[in-house]
Every structure is written in structure tokens, then in C-alpha cells.
Design a protein around this ligand. Structure first.
Ligand code: KG4
Ligand code: ZN
Length: 338
């Protein structure tokens, strides 16, 4: 079964084709970052307009890469949320229309499920069950994953997402948007122990996160410093270390609480090298990540999640039908749009 995936929830247009027999056949990504960097953040209307320009050409390119025609597709998966409404509507409208025209199913995919399943595109793929740490610009989530679609949120950020805190701290230190990768690079030049930042919400039980205080701590340290290049590096390192150690500590707690031995990490911040080093050092735990290019938003994870959902649906028995010899009028409900 071959499923075309369309990702358009934010500032990346991602298109891919996943084949349940042969794996990932092709993927293409267009990042709008250069366009938004000028404004210091994503401008939703510009994002939607650019998705309109890029989606169809990228679909054509991906089909050509995979040497397929639209008639060879068995389903179209599109990101239905969470994300920017206008941007989501572009992918949904194109995905649904194409599916209707081809007479194949359109599968609405949750963007976070896409991230969560993205390490399953790798070899070896993690087996269910596992604990998942989802770290992106919009979310910080710890999830107990029992199987496909069986998710229990164990903890989440009560304020800024970790990627957002990286970006805001980077901005304060004069780095371009999105600053996470720049801050990570600067941290490599920092002097260890020059500054030690607090690890928010680690001295009390629970699996929720809070990162906005860490960002404020970074700001106060910056304002009290000489504000030179070495201060940028030292503050970057102190911020990154506190954020990572907080994430690692909560992961350990979540694994213990659920008695899982597998940890799956995904989302933009999972590209962070220091985070990977810290998590890989955990004893008796197998850690899985998506490849670098699939840490951020991409079409492959949407095609994959869509294919898994469609495959599971196909396995369900053909719905039976009932007639009702007795059917009181007052059990009827108004018609609903699906
Ligand atoms: O998953 P993603 O591409 O988009 C969202 O759905 O949010 O995540 C983007 C986030 C941004 O905040 C970006 O700064 C952060 O991931 N990020 C990083 C690194 N690479 C990307 N943060 C820290 N270290 C990195 N190496
Ligand atoms: Zn994302």
C-alpha cells in the first residue's frame, strides 16, 4: 500500500510517499525559514500562501522521484492539526481533493502522532510499548505509548515548550530565528560551570515541565554580564545544560513509573547533540531517534502515520448493518457533517 503524505502545519512543506512493503520511497521538504527569519518568527498568512505555491510542485517531484503516477497511490495522508489553521487548510484541501479525484481514502493525521512515530522509519525500529519524549517548538510532552493510537500523556510543559525556550533565549543573545541550533552551536564554546542554571520543577514529584523561568534566568544573567562573545557562549551552555538535564531527569522518572525500557525521542529539539549524549548515557534503556532530517517537520512522518492508520483500518472487518423493526422517532439526531 502506497500513501502520499502532506505536511503543512507550520513553516515547512513536506511531501513523501511511504510504501508498507518497501518503506519510504521518496521525500521532499521546502523550509520557509528564510522568509520568516526577517520577521523573527512565523507569519501565519505568509506560511499559508507559500504552502499553496509549494505543495503541488513538490507532490509532482516526489512522484517523479519514486517513479510513480497518482494512479499508483492507495491513500493520501495530510496533517489535520495541531498547527496554524490557514497552513493546515492548504494541505487538507489539496489532500482531500486529490483523494476524492482518485477515489482513494484521505487520512487525517495528528502532527504529534507523526513526530511520535517518526523513529519507526529507522532500522532498528523501536517496538511498542515505549515512552516517548516529544520536544519541538510548540510542544514538550512525555507520552506512554502502548501501541498505535494508544497514548497516555504523562507530562507536558505548563508554559513555554522547550524549543520555544531555546528560541527565545537565543533571540535574547542576538541569534537569528529559529535560534535553537545556533544556541546549541554556541554552547560548544562555553566554559563548563561558569554559570549554573536551576533545573525547573525537578525538586518536586511529577512529570510536567516549565521552561519560562529558565529563559528569565538566562535574561537576568545576560543583563548582569559584560555581554561579550564569551558570555553568549557561557550562558548558552548553562541554559542548554539545565534544559537537557531537566528533560533527562523527567524521562528517567517516566520510564521508572511505567516500567518501560525503551525511550523514543522526536521533534525539532531531538536533533540536539548534547541531549542525545545525555539520554544515550542512561543505563539499561534503549533510546531511539529519527534521522536528523526527520527530527523537524517533514512529510515522511505523515505518510508513515497515515499508512499505519490506513493499514489498520483495512484489517477491520467489513461493517455489518442492522435493521430496526422498532425505531422510535425520538431516538433520531440532527444530521451532522462528518
Ligand atoms: O518539530 P519542529 O521542527 O517544529 C515544531 O513543530 O515546532 O521543531 C522546531 C524547534 C525550534 O524551536 C528549533 O529551534 C528547535 O526545534 N531545534 C533545536 C535544535 N534543532 C532544532 N533546539 C535545540 N538544539 C537543536 N540542535
Ligand atoms: Zn513539529
Amino acid at each position: 500500500m502506497r500513501v502520499l503524505g502532506i505536511e503543512s502545519s507550520c513553516d515547512e512543506t513536506g511531501i513523501a510517499i511511504y510504501d508498507t512493503e518497501r518503506g519510504l520511497l521518496a521525500h521532499r521538504l521546502f523550509s520557509q525559514i528564510d522568509m520568516h527569519a526577517e520577521y523573527g518568527g512565523v507569519v501565519p498568512e505568509l506560511a499559508s500562501r507559500d504552502h499553496i505555491r509549494k505543495t503541488l510542485p513538490l507532490i509532482e517531484e516526489v512522484l517523479a522521484d519514486a517513479e510513480l503516477r497518482t494512479a499508483d497511490l492507495d491513500g493520501i495522508a495530510y496533517t489535520a492539526g495541531p498547527g496554524l489553521a490557514g497552513a493546515l487548510l492548504v494541505g487538507a484541501a489539496i489532500g482531500k481533493s486529490l483523494a476524492w479525484a482518485l477515489g482513494i481514502p484521505a487520512i487525517a493525521v495528528n502532527h504529534m502522532e507523526g513526530h511520535l512515530l517518526s523513529p519507526l522509519l529507522e532500522t532498528p525500529a523501536p517496538e511498542f510499548p515505549f515512552v516517548s519524549l516529544l520536544v519541538s517548538g510548540g510542544h514538550t510532552l512525555l507520552v506512554d505509548v502502548k501501541g498505535m493510537g494508544e497514548y497516555e500523556v504523562l507530562g507536558e510543559s505548563i508554559d513555554d515548550a522547550v524549543g520555544e525556550a531555546f528560541d527565545k533565549t537565543a533571540k535574547l543573545l542576538g541569534m537569528p530565528y529559529p535560534g535553537g541550533p545556533y544556541l546549541a552551536a554556541k554552547a560548544e564554546l562555553g566554559e563548563e560551570g561558569k554559570y549554573v542554571f536551576p533545573k525547573p520543577m525537578t525538586n518536586r514529584p511529577g512529570l510536567d515541565f516549565s521552561f519560562s523561568g529558565l529563559k528569565t534566568f538566562a535574561m537576568n544573567t545576560w543583563l548582569a554580564s559584560e555581554q561579550n562573545e564569551q558570555d553568549v557562549a557561557d550562558i548558552s551552555l548553562a541554559f542548554q545544560t539545565a534544559a537537557i538535564e531537566t528533560l533527562a531527569l523527567k524521562c528517567k522518572r517516566a520510564l521508572k513509573q511505567t516500567s518501560r525500557t525503551r525511550l523514543v525521542v522526536a521533534g525539532g529539539v531531538s536533533a540536539n547533540k548534547a541531549l542525545r549524549q545525555t539520554l544515550n548515557a542512561m543505563k539499561n534503556i534503549d533510546v531511539f531517534y529519527p534521522r536528523q532530517v526527520f527530527c523537524s517537520d517533514n512529510g515522511a512522518m505523515i505518510a508513515f502515520a497515515g499508512a499505519m492508520r490506513q493499514k489498520a483500518m483495512d484489517k477491520q472487518p467489513i461493517p455489518t448493518f442492522n435493521v430496526r423493526p422498532r425505531w422510535p422517532l425520538d431516538e433520531l439526531r440532527p444530521p451532522e457533517n462528518p
